[in-house]
Design a protein around this ligand. Sequence first.
Ligand SMILES: *[C@@H]1O[C@H](CO)[C@@H](O)[C@H](O)[C@H]1NC(C)=O
Ligand SMILES: *[C@@H]1O[C@H](CO)[C@@H](O)[C@H](O)[C@H]1NC(C)=O
Length: 355
Amino acid sequence: MKGTKDIMALLLWLGLSLLVSVQSSAVNNCHPGCRCEVESFGLFDSFSLTRVDCRGLGPGSTMPIPIPLDTTHLDLSSNTLGPLSDTMLAGPGYTTLVSLDLSSNHITKVSPNALSKLRYLETLDLSHNDLEILSIDCFSGLPLAEVDLSHNNFQEFDTNVFAAKVNGEPVSVDLSHNQLTSVFTTPHGKVLHIQSLNLTANQLSSVPRLAGLPLRYLNLDGNPITRIKEGAFAQLEDLVYLSISGLKELQEIEPYAFKGLQSLQVLDLSNNPKLTTLNPTVYSGLDSLQELNLSNSGVVSLPNDMLTHLPSIKSITLGQNIRCRRTQKQGQFHWQLGQVQHNEELNCNADGIVL
Ligand SMILES: *[C@@H]1O[C@H](CO)[C@@H](O)[C@H](O)[C@H]1NC(C)=O
Ligand SMILES: *[C@@H]1O[C@H](CO)[C@@H](O)[C@H](O)[C@H]1NC(C)=O
């Protein structure tokens, strides 16, 4: 009996150690300018990832760069590729790519079928290029989950470019550091599964209409927005995190501006120096809000009935280093109810904040 147990234990140990062992080995057919690495893991090395790093190959490389079959991760950044043609990413080994880095390549154009062979592509980095426009079907049939389009020259962006994605899995899109004056969604009856949209450091002068996107994260930092209008975020009922920070020109947030943001947990309004007052009705509808950041903004006080406006709030930051938290007031014996009643209040580490 004891022997069987020992053998079982040994087998279990062997199995577990095989499962967690990761082996890297060299790859034979690797382009001389690239570094190729295979990582195997799983029982009997049943899974493997081939990573190929062809950063900065220098001028004169002919595309497509030959890569090992079954390559999963390819880094082609800093290669001065220029406009992407239909053939540059069409060689053997490219069809299995899960992740592709094309950043810093002076890419001005992506030909409609340039990416069409990349049937398994989930992560695409096109940041630090010279893109102004994407053809509406250039991501057609790709199972993209993360797309980095930051540091390009987009002035307008139609989110429908993600409508032709192959599956309904959510995608995160980074459009920060462009020249965007307009982001829009042309209605077409299909749900766009964009769950995270980063619009930091663009030229937006108002909050774009994003109604209908199932967004959970939205960042509008550093845009020249002067005023946030009533209902600006209407129909973004899944939004959990909203950042509107570092808006040098933001002067006014209208009453009911955040109406409809019933899932919002974090609201960052920091570093907005021209924002000096917030009418209590601005907080209307933020029933799930837990964290509000007003640090380094012009707002220096809070209404005393803040907890009725923000029933879920846990922490508010404002000024230079002032932090207010929800605390229990000293319990008082309530004679009529015959019990100690606890009242909650907002407690700050500075005086004169709660009016
Ligand atoms: C959004 O973009 C800014 C600027 O590029 C970056 O600092 C920030 O981390 C991004 N947010 C996310 C969630 O990636
Ligand atoms: C509030 O924003 C400031 C400035 O952006 C940042 O430094 C700070 O960490 C934020 N505080 C919280 C509690 O998120």
